[in-house]
Design a protein around this ligand. Structure first.
Ligand SMILES: Cc1cc2nc3c(=O)[nH]c(=O)nc-3n(C[C@H](O)[C@H](O)[C@H](O)COP(=O)(O)OP(=O)(O)OC[C@H]3O[C@@H](n4cnc5c(N)ncnc54)[C@H](O)[C@@H]3O)c2cc1C
Length: 340
């Protein structure tokens, strides 16, 4: 469906995984894009992400159709941007329930012998696990850097270490660009992809973006080579091996995570905690992505969500189509800001 004419002159605020993807796709579609970030590419919460492309198992909800495309969109992006750091390992999940749940889309239920073949170091394979063979993970900062390089190759101007201090409007109330610590940036459309800072940037225009910071720790652990082969998700942790000698885990407590890793895997006795980071996830109050134009402020577009690593490849392409071609993407219909 086509709406009003698209914009070809964009300022994208935020070079996290969302803004970098929007900038890349919009520039590739022919827009004149300026990408601005207060820090470095991927230096926001994207740097502290577990970074699971978790598109399997979602049956319903406003963003189900969007999420269902996430894996295919990363495969597409990987062909456009050779060297995109994505690993397709599959994901294995289990918990202490006695009986297995029904498998969702992209999932199968596997038995203990199959768990042992997929993850040979698991000491006591559970009687059942959910196996999502098409799930994967990214080096999230590496993906952002690749997207920014791709955006630059399509003519995007990238302004780093430059904070947006206010959004500019013309006499008619339309967006006219952004004020920054390095001076004004003109643009007929501003995309707010500033993660947890999005609400504060929109508020002076009388626009309430209902997103709040949701803290979540990420632990980095030492590990012997080849300990964990896939993404493993249990009641104790989400865990994956990111290098021959490194694991990352999204979990609650460092002590419990360390104890759980050591007891779950044979050969993990020497695993040690290397660092803890507390990331603030931009969490919409209803948990669903907030993506779309703001009707009261012509030229203002918002793109903020949780599980943005999973969704970034799909969201970037769809948002760019809406902004550049003036289409209305039905896959985003459950994500509109005016639902609140
Ligand atoms: C421990 C943990 C585990 C996670 N695991 C997963 C997972 O497995 N899968 C998944 O999909 N998601 C996961 N997430 C969530 C995911 O990391 C986020 O959804 C995603 O990184 C958000 O990206 P973003 O681009 O919206 O935000 P950010 O990465 O925060 O980017 C926003 C950017 O805006 C910039 N900015 C802010 N204010 C301004 C300003 N005034 N001017 C200019 N620039 C500004 C910031 O500098 C920043 O670079 C996890 C998060 C955490 C913390």
């Amino acid at each position: 469906m086509r709406s009003s004419t698209g914009s070809r002159d964009l300022v994208v605020v935020g070079a996290g995984i969302v803004g970098a993807s929007v900038a890349y796709h919009a520039a590739r579609a022919g827009a004149a894009v300026t990408l601005v970030d207060a820090g470095r590419p991927g230096g926001g919460v994207t740097a502290d992400s577990f970074a699971w492309i978790g598109a399997s198992g979602v049956l319903d909800g406003p963003a189900a159709a969007l999420r269902a495309t996430a894996t295919a969109e990363y495969h597409r992006l990987g062909t456009e941007l050779p060297g995109l750091p994505v690993t397709w390992s599959g994901a294995l999940s289990w918990n202490r329930q006695r009986s297995a749940p029904a498998a969702g889309p992209g999932q199968t239920i596997v038995d203990a012998a199959t768990v042992a073949s997929i993850e040979p170091a698991v000491r006591q394979p559970p009687e059942w696990a959910i196996w999502a063979p098409d799930d994967g993970a990214v080096d999230s900062v590496g993906v952002v850097e690749r997207l920014v390089a791709g955006a630059r190759a399509h003519g995007t101007r990238v302004r780093l270490d430059t904070a947006v201090t206010a959004l500019r409007r013309d006499a008619a109330g339309r967006i006219a660009g952004a004020d920054t610590t390095a001076g004004p940036l003109p643009g007929t459309t501003v995309v707010l992809a500033a993660g947890v800072a999005t609400a504060a940037l929109a508020a002076p225009l009388g626009v309430r973006v209902q997103v709040e910071p949701s803290p979540c720790p990420l632990f980095r652990l030492s590990a012997p080579a080849g300990l964990v082969r896939t993404l493993v998700s249990t009641e104790d942790f989400d865990l994956r091996q990111v290098a021959a000698d490194r694991l990352i885990a999204a979990a609650d407590s460092p002590e419990q995570t360390l104890a759980a890793v050591r007891s779950t895997f044979r050969g993990a006795e020497s695993v040690e905690l290397l660092s803890t980071r507390l990331g603030a996830r931009p969490m919409p109050v209803d948990g669903e992505p907030i993506i779309g134009p703001i009707a009261e402020v012509p030229g203002l577009y918002v793109s903020v969500m949780h599980a943005a690593v999973t969704l970034a490849a799909a969201v970037g392409r769809l948002v760019a189509r809406e902004l550049v071609d003036g289409t209305v993407e039905p896959t985003l219909s459950g994500c509109r800001p005016d639902r609140f």
